[in-house]
Design a protein around this ligand. Sequence first.
Ligand code: SF4
Length: 204
Amino acid sequence: MQVFEIFPSLQGEGRNQGLRCCFLRLAGCNLNCRWCDTPDARNPDAGEDLTTDDILRRIEETGIRYLCVTGGEPLLRQHELLPLLRDLSSNGYIIDIETNGTIPFGQVQPYASICMDVKCPSSGEQSDLRLLADIRATDSVKCVVADEADLDFAYEQIRSIPIRGEIYISPVHGSDYTRIAEVVMEWNLPVRLQLQLHKQIGVQ
Ligand code: SF4
């Protein structure tokens, strides 16, 4: 499997925000978001080709039993990923998978919580909103917002599509947090505003 990097840090987003976390970042992505914060990981050949055993060993070496699989778009490699997920899940690991919301995730859901992006207009990309029907109560959805157009788009989707998991509104790093907070407070919607903790405290 082509792995961009494996590293220990703090989870900066989602329901496990603030927990020590081992990140497994896979190489390659099928989108090209304007504000992508991991552009080097979009290259499918970046990093190194590791076996499942190599990856398991490196994860175990961190001593952290909470894994976040991210990218790039990790579900491009979900068939390679499945044996790893089965092994870690059966050994009691908590696993999150961050996905851009363009690839069905039913195969990995038995082993992991899904954190699905809903891409907003400022990204220049689109998620497949039909996938929101497969979000469970233990999964979550994230709308990264940069401006009023993004907020309007997020509001319309959240208002009109039933979503079972938690919904996060996540301002793009350096955007107008105060204005975004004001708008979100005006909504009568079950969402949670969340700043990316790792960027606030300056860790990877
Ligand atoms: S989906 Fe994620 S990795 Fe891919 S371009 Fe967008 S932000 Fe970057």
